[in-house]
Design a protein around this ligand. Structure first.
Ligand SMILES: [Zn+2]
Length: 85
């Protein structure tokens, strides 16, 4: 196990290496509790990571669409081109 590998490297006088503490977290996507090895972990599994990435892509696509709609609406109202981003 990982613990055996750690103990083999340990030498007297050195600070013994410690495993990163496991933190009890709740997945931001599905709400399931999980143990996070990294402090910034927010998702319980690779599946949720995938789902979040897909959701982000959809969000970006939606924002692009809304921005396009806003531009078209401005064109309908005869807004000057200089106001565009
Ligand atoms: Zn999850």
């Amino acid at each position: 196990m990982a613990g055996q590998r750690w103990s083999r490297r340990w030498r007297p006088g050195r600070k013994p290496p410690t495993q990163p503490p496991l933190r009890q977290r709740v997945c931001v996507l599905c709400g399931a509790p999980f143990l996070a090895r990294r402090s910034h972990a927010r998702l319980c599994s690779a599946l949720c990571r995938k789902r979040l990435e897909r959701a982000r892509q959809q969000e970006r696509a939606r924002m692009r669409l809304e921005a396009a709609w806003a531009r078209w609406a401005q064109e309908d109202q005869g807004e000057p081109r200089e106001n565009r981003p």
